[in-house]
Design a binder for this molecule. Structure first.
Ligand SMILES: Cc1cc2nc3c(=O)[nH]c(=O)nc-3n(C[C@H](O)[C@H](O)[C@H](O)COP(=O)(O)OP(=O)(O)OC[C@H]3O[C@@H](n4cnc5c(N)ncnc54)[C@H](O)[C@@H]3O)c2cc1C
Length: 423
């Protein structure tokens, strides 16, 4: 902590004026082990001991009161009374006012000094009685089992915070409550090709490392402000044993993640890697719906336009949700009225992607969430939609590029041309 302070330091301690103000500051004070304070009694630096720390604390408080009253401060000054050290077996060594003593008497003095440092007479009597008892009878020992408590906790991260580092052995299972995280191929370096997956609300991670006791293969970083539910290993085991849907979802995720785009379709992955999403971005599925639009209006919009998904946006094209024809039909079959708001049917806070992100990561997102269409937003943290990315378009690019003859430098110009024609 001291290292990060913008205060003058010497040998790892904060330099202080004789009155214990941090050198160069009028209203910041330092005491104790972390401070370098000259003792006005003798002119030596104060040693890092409790004796000095306690006195410095008291005298520093008095100086602060003096400053508040507009009075001059006083330099720290303390006359050392002596030194004591217990060496066990009812024996100690001591130096009091220049007199050296050792053995039982020194031990008794040592105990008495610390006894009188305890607050309240009731506490001193209680401790003195305990000590006297232990002189006559053996210790009453108890063995406590101190297994750490398994936990369920909520964690909050800001954009850019590392949640898990590659190589860590994770003992927890993480469920995203809100926000998005980037799954990152480590070592983390600036550049978009590092992000291999984006996970959003209700997704989870850490399960493979937790179940297989393996070090994490990827790092996980907060992409937006993110809220995460963290389950300790035992809680996760109990809950997943008892709750079949969770067990099935984890098993399914493990199977799905076992085959990623990079390993299953290396050529397709290589084709998309380092190509920005912006290259494939298409126009927004207009008209955009407002959150107050009714399911009747949603139906009419689907009937009129060929979109597979509609975006629900508040002011300034801020994305609130997306609704597919399936969502719309499902809401009606659940009993929603045609006059119900679209917010009853839409998927809130859907996964989004930014134009400067890697198309391979985008393809991985589409595969993981089985999406045909991902909203493209201005940048990672913004929710302002600027276009859409369709799986079909990525597929067309991959098929055309992979099928095209390669030039001498390995690039496939033909593929880009035929993609342009397709587009
Ligand atoms: C083993 C041992 C034996 C000792 N025996 C003696 C002795 O017999 N006699 C004697 O006079 N002195 C003794 N000392 C020295 C004495 O303990 C210290 O000089 C004294 O405790 C210093 O007080 P302090 O308030 O400066 O620091 P500390 O007592 O260390 O207090 C600092 C506090 O700040 C907290 N802290 C640290 N970082 C943060 C953070 N980022 N945010 C919030 N809180 C933080 C710490 O948890 C700690 O509670 C001994 C020291 C040790 C290690």
């Amino acid at each position: 902590m001291l290292e990060h302070l913008a205060a003058p330091k010497s040998k790892g301690r904060v330099e202080a004026e004789p009155d214990m103000r941090v050198r160069g500051f009028a209203n910041i004070w330092a005491t104790g082990d972390c401070a370098q304070i000259v003792n006005a009694n003798g002119g030596e630096l104060s040693p890092p001991t409790g004796q000095f720390a306690a006195r410095q604390g008291r005298q520093c408080a008095q100086n602060i009161i003096r400053v508040l009253k507009g009075e001059p401060t006083r330099p720290f000054s303390f006359a050392v009374l002596g030194q004591l050290c217990s060496i066990g077996a009812h024996s100690a060594v001591a130096e009091f006012f220049g007199v050296q003593i050792s053995g039982l008497l020194a031990w008794f003095l040592w105990r008495s000094v610390y006894l009188f440092k305890l607050p309240t007479w009731a506490r001193r009597f209680q401790v003195a009685f305990d000590w006297a008892w232990l002189l006559l009878f053996p210790r009453d020992l108890a063995h406590l089992r101190t297994r750490p408590t398994d936990r369920v906790a909520r964690a909050h991260y800001r954009p850019g915070d590392m949640i898990l580092q590659r190589g860590e052995i994770s003992a927890s299972f993480y469920v995203i409550e809100s926000g998005e995280v980037d799954v990152v191929r480590a070592p983390v370096r600036p550049g978009l090709a590092e992000v291999v997956q984006v996970l959003g609300p209700s997704s989870f991670f850490g399960e493979k490392a937790l179940l297989a006791h393996e070090p994490l293969a990827y790092s996980v970083r907060a992409r937006t402000t993110v809220k995460i539910l963290v389950m300790g290993r035992n809680v996760f085991t109990y809950v997943s044993d008892a709750l079949a849907p969770l067990r099935d979802a984890v098993a399914e995720a493990l199977n799905r993640k076992a085959v990623d785009l990079r390993s299953a379709y290396p050529e397709a992955f290589a084709t998309l890697q380092d190509v920005p999403v912006g290259k494939f971005m298409e126009a927004l599925p207009e008209p955009l719906l407002t959150p107050t639009a009714t399911l009747r209006e949603v139906g009419r919009t689907f009937a009129k336009y060929p979109h597979e998904v509609l975006y629900v946006c508040s002011d300034d094209r801020k994305l609130e949700g997306v609704v597919t024809m399936t969502d719309w039909m499902r809401a009606l079959s659940r009993g929603a009225s045609p006059e119900s708001a679209v917010t009853d049917a839409m998927v809130r806070h859907p996964i989004t992607i930014a134009p400067d992100e890697d198309a391979a990561a985008a393809a991985e997102v589409m595969r993981e969430y089985r999406l045909k269409n991902v909203p493209v937003v201005e940048n990672r943290e913004s929710k302002r939609v600027v276009g859409c990315l369709r799986t079909r378009r990525l597929m067309a690019y991959v098929f055309n590029t992979m099928g095209a003859p390669r030039s001498a430098d390995g690039a496939s110009r033909e593929g880009h041309d035929s993609f342009s024609r397709d587009a």
